[in-house]
Design a protein around this ligand. Structure first.
Ligand code: NAP
Length: 273
């Protein structure tokens, strides 16, 4: 096994829907990362204790080879454990195995973090308004940032807009609603967080129902957030469905914001697949 691959143990698993789950693993002492970064997690299906309970006949015999996939980290850089948020993709080599994961299973962690969806990338404009726009499991890097006290210290307003198809796919809502109290309250003059849930395929009281580009174009999102998008004060990050990222990026550009390059500019993006 190469030097930067370590074995980690599954400590907990939370099932949100039949296709969405989160899990925590032990964190190697030497492993450091910045909120918003990814790691590569590996699984050897034959090592998963519950694999053989798979209901599909065709999957009775687990393949004996490591499969790696990039995952962004949900937990903060200061947590003792590492948390991940995953979708089950029926024909996906990795997640179709990972759904059988149980506490005390072992995974492989490549301890070289990567990715540039981090707040440190912004040098200009100065931090003031932070917009975090996610669909589905693209929420993960934003939860990590929102559990980092520096984020609460650096910004005045934080807007988290999180879009899912149905209410049951809108995971982590209780945790999000406690973020201001659990993290903001620990610093002087913290940012104020506005959480805007979006559910696109069913009517849900309190949630918006249109897709992000439409909500931005007609101003509904800015109205709900209580702040405007401004080239001189906005940092805006997009993470999730690549179509959402592309469409929303173009919408933001048409509203006068610019891509962040070499530290300058408003928009930073990460496609999730
Ligand atoms: P999704 O289709 O990405 O929908 C999540 C939210 O994003 C919904 O509210 C959806 O709105 C919205 N959305 C989709 N396209 C958009 C666009 N162009 N602009 C703005 N908003 C948009 O659902 P998901 O369950 O998170 O993922 C669906 C599929 O994506 C999975 O079944 C899987 O195949 C794939 N996926 C792959 C990976 C991977 O790592 N390979 C990871 C995650 C997901 P609407 O309801 O209006 O569509």
């Amino acid at each position: 096994m190469s030097d930067n691959i370590q074995t980690v143990e599954v400590l907990s698993k939370t099932t949100w829907t039949p296709n969405l789950f989160s899990f925590t693993v032990s964190r190697p002492d030497s492993f450091k990362f910045t909120a918003g970064q990814f790691v590569r997690l590996g699984v050897n299906p034959s090592q998963l204790k519950h694999y053989k309970h798979a209901d599909s006949q065709t999957k009775e015999t687990a393949p004996d080879e490591d499969i790696f996939r990039a995952y962004s980290i949900v937990s903060s850089p200061f947590d003792e454990v590492l948390e991940f948020f995953s979708i089950v993709i029926a024909d996906g080599a990795f997640t179709s195995q990972l759904q059988y994961l149980q506490v005390s299973d072992e995974l492989l962690l490549n301890t070289t973090p990567f990715g540039f969806l981090t707040l440190a990338r912004y040098q200009k404009p100065d931090p003031k308004d932070l917009w975090l726009l996610a669909t589905g499991t693209g929420l993960a890097p934003f939860l990590s940032m929102l559990q980092d006290l520096q984020t609460w210290q650096d910004y005045e307003h934080i807007v988290l807009a999180y879009s899912a198809r149905s209410l049951d796919e809108l995971a982590y809502v209780e945790q999000i609603e406690r973020l201001q109290e659990d993290f903001g309250a620990l610093v002087d003059n913290p940012a104020t967080l506005t959480f805007i849930p979006i559910v696109t395929r069913e009517e849900v009281e309190g949630a918006l129902s249109d897709r992000l580009p439409k909500l931005l174009t007609d101003g509904t999102l800015q109205k709900r957030a209580g702040i405007a998008l401004d080239i001189d004060s906005t940092h805006i990050m997009l993470c999730g469905n690549p179509d959402m990222v592309e469409d929303t990026k173009e919408t933001l550009k048409s509203l006068g914001l610019v891509m962040n390059r070499r530290g300058e500019g408003n928009i930073a993006v990460e496609n999730y697949w």
